[in-house]
Design a binder for this molecule. Sequence first.
Ligand code: SF4
Length: 904
Amino acid sequence: MKSSIPVVNTTCAYCGVGCGIRVRVQDPGRRQVTLEGDPDHPANYGKLCAKGATLAETIGLEKRQLAPQIRGREVDWSVATDYVARKITEVLEKHGPDAIGLYLSGQLLTEDYYVANKFAKGFLGTANVDTNSRLCMSSSVVGHKRAFGEDLVPTCYEDIDHADLMVLVGSNTAWCHPIVYQRIKNARQNNPRLKVVVIDPRRTDTCDIADLHLPLRAGTDVLLFNGLLARLFEKGCLDYDFIEAHTDGFREAVRQAIDDTTDPAVIADTCGLATRDIETFYSWFEQTGKTLTFYSQGVNQSITGSDKVNAIINCHLATGRIGKPGAGPFSLTGQPNAMGGREVGGLANQLAAHMDFDEDSVDRVARFWKAPNMARKPGLKTLDLFEAARRGDIKVLWIMATNPAVSLPDNNRVREALENCELVIVSDCIADTDTMAYADVKLPAQGWGEKDGTVTNSERCLSRQRAFLASPGLAKPDWQIVSEVARAMGFEAAFSFYEPADVFREHARLSCFENNTGQRQRFFNLEPLANIQQAVYDQLKPTQWPLKPALNGRLFSDGRFATASGKARFISTAHRPVANATSEEYPLQLNTGRVRDQWHTMTRTAFAKRLNAHKPRPFMEIHPDTATEYGISDGDIVHVESRWGEMLAAASVSEGVQREQLFIPIHWNDQFSSRGRVGPLVNPDVDDHSGQPELKHTPVRIRKETFALYARLWTRREIRKPSSDYWVKVQGDHAIVYDMAHQQWTEWTTLLTGSDPASVQYQDPRRNTFRYAWFNGPRLERCLFLSPEPLALNEQWINQLFSKERLERFERQALLSGMAPGHIEDTGAIVCACHSVGEKTILRAISQGCCSATEIGSATKAGTNCGSCVGELNQMIAATLSQPEDQGNQLREQQTAGYELPRQ
Ligand code: SF4
């Protein structure tokens, strides 16, 4: 039956794929909504990954910042606005505009971004406005501007359906852009000619669809692509007509590539690859006209990130594979509105509407804005901005919708900056982020579902993010917060925005202002939307720019680029070894990245309990040989240390990483762990051109960490942050789980057990093993396990006990053993978040004859919704089937003992 509840079309809050979502509000008072993928949205045609599909679980009001606060005192908006306006004015008068900094976010809507930039660059007179997109895409921005004359992504998602070769460089698309990955996978099924090459030091889930995986050494991408360019030249596989008519700088770039080397053996040796694999990649590229090269953080987050981007683009320009269906370089953006931020000049070295700090552009924007204090030079990029705050040169730092106290490299130094800065203002919807802890002024911003505006995805498609919930407490949209401060400072006329459509209209008008006047034409031009009426804005459907349907969403089809000459530019890129190479003292390379079901610093995804089940704790992937060398077993806590800082993480032994490499995810923060942040370790070196930090390569050393006491507590209610030497908090489906470890058995254990006598307990003082459970009638409230050894408990089963209002007698009896009774299925760690299917259930399915992800899906449902876990399913099949027969049989017996597959 058709639902009578109206549908609100909006866009996902997470990644740059920009999936459309249809929301129905079931109960506005209790903020209960249902949602599904928007079948009409061109980014996802109805599909959602696990993160998008669980957004409804993240919109509760617990943990929200609902009122302004000044130094811990709740105030109303007029006081907060006047205070911020007065403080900024005082600093401007005393220290000048460069003493003020803004740090923005790809989570902001375009309207928020536009107003913040206008305020800082046009009215305060400072370009010290940077964004967390600096960490994500700034090397691609440089690469695009150098090659195309403007920050332009030439390709579109539809190209996936036309390509015959897809090269994915530094991109775990399966986990980080799951819906794009699904499209690639479908294309592969539909097109038998299509080949996929994955270039990544790690064997990630994306390799599941790879015909060829090149596990290159970190930082050697430029050499690999220079080698390809030289090879294309040598073999005469170039499009000289295109090069001649539409490009400049070919000779120099090829000369540089040849100077690097033309010898595949040298390339193989430097890149750590097999010569025959390089030959295969090069020959596939030579022979395939419709080649699409995706790249993401593995390319961008590097001291040579900009050169890597240009080395890739050079190969496309040399073969004329750009602006054509199924061909081109395709930068996959990380954040939901990284692209929108770039359109309004969210980076410190850009002005708005794809303009730079050249004299003409500064003058043009100043006239358009009627700006009294136009910034005339680029501002400080992210790491320099925080370093200036640490030195005391930045006196006011206004941070919006981001968590630099977790995400930036050399993170303890960033925290010093936040401590040293005279006034830290944080606008956020979440009250207790690590960054909020440093805020002198906290401003409550609206969150997803309350905000209203636009975002731009990886393929230049503008989509509306629409409000479907009432704004809670005193929360306001960021564009309004900034506008009110600007008006309080006397800039009434320029900031008289009262609806997001007012802001969007002005943004669109600036994009076409003096944009067809004989000077270099800017490709970013929203002229048809410059007078958009409120009703049209309200109903705006996903709209790709340039707004000329004839281009079919693709740029450069006519061979015209955004440079002064109209020609694309080859950029000569020389291979450079990574800075801060490993040494005897720090012999291993740390790579960082994301996991499938978390987003950034977990401030939203951690509320979706299903998402926490996949990778619940901070972990470090380590190769089995390296683990053996260091005496480390799977699950051991490992101390990881670099020149800059240290952390603790549980070892996850995996052949997916190379022997000299480690991988640690970026997500954990002080709210969910102690010493679980990877940021303090990470190398603060940056790319000279883009200022993007080298997040993929930090020399580190490791050692196994042992503790005197290990504890695990399940509780229905949150406790104060534990004071143990190490702890991790996991928000489970029905209870919160705290893992704790301590160096000494002291009164600390009594702190845990408290004065409340346990309902049942087991104590073995000789072996220092203690187990307690607390009941409220038949309902389990809390249970605690203490041991001198790391605990091996059946976590999924204990979690399930908290879903029950009454425990059966046999469950109470089994509880303190930490193991399920024999007839209860042990599902193991969750692999499929959509259907909560555990590892052991899947292994049992394999042992009972399932040989493909489809068969596992039929037997267990795993992988049948968003498909994000299919790679993991295939790896499990491959790992099980590759066991020597004896071991395989033994494993199968262990896995099947006493269990049947769950019935559908
Ligand atoms: Fe959201 Fe990205 Fe998943 Fe799409 S692929 S649902 S945009 S997180």
